[in-house]
Design a binder for this molecule. Structure first.
Ligand SMILES: NC(=O)c1ccc[n+]([C@@H]2O[C@H](COP(=O)([O-])OP(=O)(O)OC[C@H]3O[C@@H](n4cnc5c(N)ncnc54)[C@H](OP(=O)(O)O)[C@@H]3O)[C@@H](O)[C@H]2O)c1
Length: 276
């Protein structure tokens, strides 16, 4: 017996989103998978269909950094998939730049993909869930959304949005039958760091030892979602660190972030990089 009717997953063309699609594929009647790279989505679709008899998979290309594309996407979702029972806001992009040296085009891309798209999709799909009295939202935030990290201000702020939004949405939807879970991963193997320009991990993020696979991240995310958890920290060692985080005073975290940022700036000045 499948647990869910239709699940929509953004950013399913790679990393955590792809693994989330494999997890939800076993539990759903229909999957709507979204990203910009349609060829990747089509390959994943074929893989899902081969694994799960009876599963329907709809691959939809959309650039979530464009509000109009999201509107068009929602139209196609309604047409081809009907109502959505579970929304997985996973798509996201990072950065590795001091804010005064960051390119606006990149900052805009981060804010639109990680913030506006999450709010827009949730605003469109959650009212139906609340009316039907069942459903769920699984938001992929980040440990960066619960503290301060240097050299990625727009990304860190975007994940603080996801953290605050998830908690407040969970409160608003209490008693409606719609659950909200936020996942706050630490370092996960995916294309994320390379695309963000932070190969080897974000400045100030937990070291390599804490890195987990995207498959494990997705498995623990779905387990937490099914348990109705408010927050999931995937990976045992990382979970321990995140539970200890409140013991580290904010002044200490600020000081550490500022000192790493000063080192990054110093290195860039020595290399003669002037910034954007
Ligand atoms: N990896 C980590 O260490 C880590 C740690 C904490 C949190 N996270 C979060 O985990 C989530 C998934 O990241 P990941 O690690 O799996 O990275 P990833 O491998 O780079 O995957 C990112 C996904 O987002 C999609 N995406 C990016 N921009 C998009 C856009 N404008 N429109 C539509 N789709 C877009 C990408 O698809 P297309 O390029 O095909 O569009 C891709 O499927 C993100 O929200 C990220 O912030 C990751």
């Amino acid at each position: 017996m499948k647990k869910y009717g239709t699940v929509l997953i953004t950013g399913a063309s790679s990393g955590i989103g792809r693994e989330l699609a494999l997890e939800f594929g076993a539990r759903s009647e229909t999957l709507a998978i979204v990203a910009r790279r349609l060829d990747r989505l089509e390959k994943l679709r074929a893989e899902l269909l081969a694994r799960h008899a009876g599963l329907k998979v709809i691959a939809l290309a959309a650039d979530l950094s464009e509000e109009r594309e999201i509107e068009r996407l929602l139209g196609r979702v309604a047409e081809q998939a009907g109502h959505i029972d579970v929304l997985v806001n996973n798509a996201g992009v990072g950065d590795a730049a001091l804010f005064d040296r960051a390119e606006w085009a990149r900052t805009r891309q981060i804010l639109h993909t990680n913030v506006i798209a999450v709010a827009q999709l949730t605003a469109a799909l959650v009212p139906g869930m609340a009316k039907r009295g069942r459903g769920g939202v699984l938001n992929i935030g980040s440990g960066a959304g619960l503290t301060v990290l240097p050299n990625a201000a727009a990304y860190v702020a975007s994940k603080h949005f996801v953290a605050g939004f998830s908690e407040a949405l969970r409160a608003d939807l209490a008693g409606t039958g719609v659950t909200v879970t936020q996942v706050c991963p630490g370092p996960v193997d995916s294309e994320f760091d390379e695309l963000a320009g932070s190969v080897g991990g974000m400045a100030g993020a937990p070291p390599k030892f804490f890195r987990i696979s995207a498959a494990r991240c997705a498995r623990e995310a779905v387990a937490g979602f099914e348990h109705g958890s408010a927050v999931v920290y995937p990976g045992r060692a990382y979970r321990f660190v995140m539970r200890m985080l409140p013991l580290f005073p904010m002044w200490l975290r600020r000081r550490q972030a500022a000192s790493i940022a000063a080192r990054v700036r110093g290195a860039q000045m020595r290399d003669g990089r002037s910034g954007a």
